[in-house]
Ligand binder design. Structure first.
Ligand code: ATP
Length: 452
């Protein structure tokens, strides 16, 4: 099947089955925004909870944080975002529509690495590159991607919706050190919303204007950055596999010096093979001591760290694993989407790991008008629900249709209560991927589900 078809099918399944809707849908939407529906929010929360557990709670060297989205504008001046957080923009001279200059060049087959605005403009003009609507283009210029907002009712100060969660961590570095006196290396992790006024939001959840990030700033002695970089590289890979990202579609791209931030000695993009191309999924960067140095200069507060044992005082260096929640959701959907033939019927299913599946088990009474089946089924349902939380009751339509509905949302197990259940306390458990059915005693059901 063509890749564009697969993407269409995933977007349509996501909408139909209550995973992801266009933002402001009944008003023709707002470009670059999506709303997570009842199943989408479960999937997304499972991904975020798993990240929080693996990157923060299960580690003794990590602290959690939930900083404000709105910050003093000086934060963004010190970090360099006010001056430099921009993308190259060109305008269609006829329709006034705006496009990313580098994306148009890439699509026309030109390498864009390291090009400045003048060079981009030259290539566009000398090769007569037109807008997607076929019209001439303006010169390339920088466009700052931060959303500005006024703080306070009258003559308020200007601030920004944060374009990354990282700065909330840097400005709390000293607070955490003062509260906990952690030894290096240690890190602070945070999950939260970020906003970027992307020139051309596109490719479903891939490039949106409002999204979530899961970020760690890991503070190290400058001598040990390499070993800690490799450690996080491994943690990211293992976690990606755990949430169901197809590791055959995951690759690592070493970013060359010309494309790295000037303070970074190493950056890796974890790339994923989306149906629309191989593009960034997560990032891992060694940021030197750039951020804490800039905030020391900007705030006048000394952010140096004193090693109690050696007496050495220095500004720690930073390793930054930066993971997008929405790109993770998209990659999990792409990795798990399957079409096959089961028992002569074409079907669609999501091969989601138990860990992230929004619904873990569905319980069906064979018939909905037989009170004994309902009563028994309800018992099984509430016992499972008290253990697994995410259990669905479905008594609508024939069993085959109910299986298909659960397949489409990635439910690993379906349990059917039939007349034999009333006699011998066994149920039919059906496995999603194979369609294989087994008779299991109700007393064994939970351990069967948990251990398979
Ligand atoms: P890109 O080059 O694709 O714009 P980036 O290099 O600017 O991404 P970072 O600033 O490194 O991205 O942000 C860290 C992570 O946040 C990315 O790896 C990605 O997962 C996520 N992310 C960034 N921008 C967006 C966006 N517009 N929509 C969805 N996720 C995003």
């Amino acid at each position: 099947m063509a890749n564009s078809e697969i993407m269409k099918d995933i977007v349509s399944l996501a909408k139909r089955r209550g995973f992801i809707y266009q933002g402001s849908d009944i008003y023709q939407g707002l470009a670059g925004t999506y709303d997570y529906g009842p199943l989408g929010v479960l999937l997304k929360n499972n991904i975020k909870n798993s990240w929080w557990q693996d990157f923060v709670t299960d580690r003794e060297d990590m602290y959690g944080l939930d900083a404000s989205i709105l910050m003093n504008a000086k934060v963004w001046q010190s970090s360099g975002h006010v001056a430099g957080f921009s993308d190259p923009l060109v305008e269609d001279l006829k329709t006034k529509k705006r496009f990313r200059a580098d994306h148009l060049l890439e699509e026309a087959g030109f390498p864009v690495e390291g090009l400045n605005l003048t060079q981009m403009t030259e290539i566009i003009q000398s090769n007569n590159i037109k807008s997607p609507d076929g019209n001439p283009l303006s010169e390339a210029r920088q466009f700052n991607m931060m959303f500005e907002t006024a703080v306070g009712a009258v003559d308020g100060d200007i601030s920004y919706l944060r374009p990354e969660t990282a700065q909330g961590i840097f400005v709390n570095f000293k607070n955490v050190v003062d509260s906990f006196h952690p030894k290096l290396p240690f890190g602070i992790g945070q999950i939260g919303k970020a906003f970027r006024n992307e020139i051309t939001p596109r490719d479903f959840l891939f490039r949106v204007r409002e999204f979530e990030q899961m970020e760690v700033e890991y503070f190290v002695h400058p001598d040990s950055w390499q070993i800690n970089f490799t450690m996080w590289q491994e943690v990211i890979k293992v976690w990606a596999g755990k949430i169901g990202i197809d590791l055959n579609k995951l690759s690592e791209l070493e970013i060359g010096e010309e494309d790295r931030a000037h303070y970074s000695q190493r950056t890796i993009d974890f790339q994923f093979e989306y149906p629309f191309g191989v593009k960034e999924l997560f990032g891992l960067a060694y940021r030197g001591n750039y951020d804490l140095t800039k905030h020391t200069e900007g705030s006048g507060v000394d952010l140096a760290y004193l090693d109690q044992e050696t007496g050495e005082k220095f500004i720690p260096h930073v390793i930054e694993p930066s993971l997008g929640v929405d790109r993770a959701v998209l990659s999990v959907l792409v990795s798990s989407y399957r079409e096959d033939d089961l028992g002569g019927d074409k079907r669609v299913y999501l091969d989601l790991p138990f860990l992230v599946a929004p619904i873990k088990v569905a319980v069906f009474p064979l018939l909905k008008n037989k009170p004994q089946l309902i009563e028994k089924g309800r018992q099984v349902f509430s016992d499972l629900k008290s253990e697994l939380s995410f259990v669905m009751w479905d008594d609508n339509g024939n069993i085959g249709k109910r299986y298909r509905r659960q397949d489409e949302i990635g439910t690993p197990y379906c349990v059917t209560i039939d007349f034999d259940t009333l006699e011998d306390n066994t149920v039919t458990v059906r496995q999603r991927n194979t369609g294989e059915q087994k008779r299991i005693a109700i007393s064994e059901l939970l351990s069967y589900i948990k251990n398979n």
